[in-house]
Design a protein around this ligand. Sequence first.
Ligand SMILES: Nc1ncnc2c1ncn2[C@@H]1O[C@H](COP(=O)(O)OP(=O)(O)OP(=O)(O)O)[C@@H](O)[C@H]1O
Ligand SMILES: O=P(O)(O)OC[C@H]1O[C@](O)(CO)[C@@H](O)[C@@H]1O
Ligand SMILES: [Mg+2]
Length: 343
Amino acid sequence: MKIGILTSGGDCPGLNAVIRGAVLHGVKTHHDTFVGFRHGWKGVLTNDAIALDRTDVRGLAGEGGTILGSSRTNPLDGPDAGVATVATTLQRRELDALVVIGGEGSLAGAKRLADEGLPIVGVPKTIDNDLRGTDYTFGFDTAVSIATDAMDRLRTTGESHHRCMVAEVMGRHVGWIALHSGVAVGAHAVLIPEQRVGMPEVCAWVQDVHERGRSPLVVVAEGFIPAEREDVLAENGTDAAGRPRLGGVGALVTAEIEQRTGIETRNTILGHVQRGGNPTGFDRVLATRFGMAAVDLVHESRWGQMVSIRGTEIERVDLSEALAGLKTVPQHRWDEARALFGR
Ligand SMILES: Nc1ncnc2c1ncn2[C@@H]1O[C@H](COP(=O)(O)OP(=O)(O)OP(=O)(O)O)[C@@H](O)[C@H]1O
Ligand SMILES: O=P(O)(O)OC[C@H]1O[C@](O)(CO)[C@@H](O)[C@@H]1O
Ligand SMILES: [Mg+2]
């Protein structure tokens, strides 16, 4: 078969490992040939693709970023977009299938195109880990590991100066990165989009820890909304796709803590560092298995499905199941973490 691949949405450690897994498995097992579309859906709309052979994916398992480039282009929106344009590119390239590696936005586009009869399968990616239908997305483990390492460092400098340290991590709609990295470093407060917490409560936790002689560490997800506010903090305009650019809630939390407790406090925004660099061993293995399984999905003509992991097994689910709302942090996981805050 002749198969197209694209990477779409925010990049994520492990994208290259998926591409490598798909190409190696397809070439070795099924004698497939591959092309990679450049810059996500944009490459499909403009018919911009490169051939991908075994030699092109050599050594890619551990490399961050994506050799294909990524974008937040919508395949169905705009004068040069639409089902017909995508179908024409697939025909011109004589492709039997398209593998879309993306988050919930990119896969929503993939589903709509598959519903129109195009031969498309999905691979779930995002550092946010917010896709349903899979226990994990690759990239999440790497982001947690980077955030954990950074916050271990914040703790030592915080202790030296007996300061409160605030770390803002990614997590647009969900708090998985904040929760896992926060628990990993023994944070004294973890603030996530799913839970409305007021600043008096956060300050009480901080004060308790400070009085015990420790340096408080507060982890805050970029999408956290303090109970005193109505909306998420997004004062940096919008991105190219028109989405509000988040960020800044760490500074707000820092200012509130200093003002209400008088404890000297410093803010650090981890930002895109969490998405860069080499994937962890866990993510390399998951991404490789996802890439291989996506090719099997193609050979079974399972259009409109994506690969997923349940426990230790790779499975397949309908995109409709994966896209039926975001996978948020459940209440019991928050309660577990919260039990360790404060006194
Ligand atoms: N329902 C939809 N149908 C078609 N395209 C969509 C839909 N929703 C979003 N998109 C397109 O998909 C692009 C990528 O979505 P988004 O920016 O959420 O990234 P993602 O693939 O979810 O990855 P991540 O959120 O991890 O960065 C959006 O910029 C938009 O152009
Ligand atoms: O790279 P950009 O466009 O600034 O997007 C940042 C967003 O992408 C993510 O990293 C992944 O969805 C979010 O956590 C974050 O809000
Ligand atoms: Mg998204």
